[in-house]
Design a protein around this ligand. Structure first.
Ligand SMILES: N[C@H](CCC[C@H](N)C(=O)O)C(=O)O
Length: 276
C-alpha cells in the first residue's frame, strides 16, 4: 500500500497525519507500529487518521493511534495539527471545525499564524469514568507504587491522566516512575503520567510520560489534566501558561462542569509517501 502523509508536530509532540478521505487507508496495529518506528519507519509519537464524519452534524472524524499501535480517545496537540492539516489540504475552509473523536466531539478554532484553540470539553473526574479504581472522587488519591505512596490527581480528558506535583521537573524521575504508574493496576486502561511543577498561580512546568509512547516533548491533554488537577487543589487561577519541554500551551478552565480550552501552535514539517 502506497501511503501519502504529512509529518507535523505540536510543540515537538510529533505526528504522522494521514488523509483517509482522498486515499484508501487500512492500517493494522502492525502497520501503525511500522509507521511510528523512529529507525525503520517515519517515526512519530502518534499516527492521526482523518476520515469523513459518521455524524452528519460534524465536519470530520479523526482516529488517534499511539506509536505502540493502541487506538486512544483523545490527543490535544493532535487536534491542533488536525485542524491545520485539513485547512492546508483544503478539505475545509472553515475557521471553526467540529471533529468527532473516540472521546466525543471537539470544536477547533483556527487562529492567525499557526495558533489553534481547542474546546477540549469538560474534564471527567468521576473515578469509574476515568477509569481509576477509587471508591469516591477526590482532589488527590494515595497511590502505592512499589511500596512508596504518592499523592496523585486523576483526571480524564477523554483519555486518562495521573498528575503528580514535583518540586523540580528537571530532576523528576519521569522515566522510572512514569513507566511504573502508566501500568498501575488501579488504572485498568493504563494512564498518561504528568509531573507538574507549580511556579505561581498563572505559570507551571510539566513533563509527561505518555501511555503507549513514553516521555514526549509535549502533551496537550496532559497539560489540560494537569491544570485541572492543580485548579481543583486551588493552586492556580483559571488561565495558566503550561511550559513543557517543547514549548508553552495556554490552558483556560473556569471550574467543574465547564470546558477546558487549550491554545497553542500546530506545525507542518514535510509531506511524503511511504510503501507499507
Ligand atoms: N498517549 C495518549 C494519547 C496522545 C495524547 C497527547 N499526545 C496529547 O497531545 O494529548 C494516550 O494514550 O491517551
Amino acid at each position: 500500500m502506497r501511503l501519502k502523509f504529512t509529518k507535523m508536530h505540536g510543540l515537538g509532540n510529533d505526528f504522522v497525519m494521514v488523509d483517509a478521505i482522498t486515499q484508501r487507508v487500512k492500517l493494522s496495529p502492525e502497520k501503525i507500529r511500522a509507521l511510528g518506528d523512529r529507525h525503520t519507519g517515519i517515526g512519530c509519537d502518534q499516527i492521526l487518521v482523518v476520515e469523513a464524519p459518521r455524524n452528519p452534524d460534524v465536519d470530520f472524524r479523526y482516529r488517534i493511534y499511539n506509536a505502540d499501535g493502541s487506538e486512544v480517545e483523545n490527543c490535544g496537540n493532535g487536534a491542533r495539527c488536525f485542524a491545520r492539516f485539513v485547512r492546508d489540504r483544503r478539505l475545509t475552509s472553515k475557521d471553526s471545525i467540529l471533529v468527532e473523536t473516540a472521546a466525543g466531539i471537539l470544536q477547533l478554532n483556527v487562529q492567525d499564524r499557526d495558533q489553534v484553540s481547542v474546546d477540549m470539553g469538560a474534564p471527567i473526574l468521576e473515578p469509574q469514568e476515568i477509569p481509576f479504581d477509587a471508591d469516591i472522587q477526590a482532589e488527590t488519591y494515595p497511590l502505592d507504587v512499589g511500596g512508596e505512596v504518592y499523592n496523585v490527581g486523576a483526571v480524564s480528558m477523554g483519555n486518562p491522566h495521573a498528575v503528580l506535583l514535583v518540586e523540580d521537573v528537571d530532576t523528576a524521575p519521569v522515566d522510572a516512575l512514569g513507566a511504573a504508574i502508566e501500568c498501575h493496576p488501579r488504572f485498568p486502561q493504563k494512564v498518561n503520567v504528568g509531573f507538574l511543577q507549580i511556579e505561581d498561580r498563572t505559570r507551571a512546568r510539566l513533563r509527561v510520560f505518555e501511555r503507549g509512547v513514553g516521555e514526549t516533548r509535549a502533551c496537550g491533554t496532559g497539560a489540560c489534566a494537569a491544570m485541572v488537577s492543580a485548579r481543583l487543589r486551588d493552586l492556580v487561577d483559571e488561565e495558566v501558561q503550561i511550559q513543557l519541554p517543547g514549548g508553552t500551551l495556554t490552558i483556560h478552565w473556569p471550574g467543574p462542569g465547564e470546558p477546558v480550552t487549550m491554545t497553542g501552535p500546530a506545525t507542518a514539517v514535510y509531506h511524503g509517501q511511504i510503501v507499507l
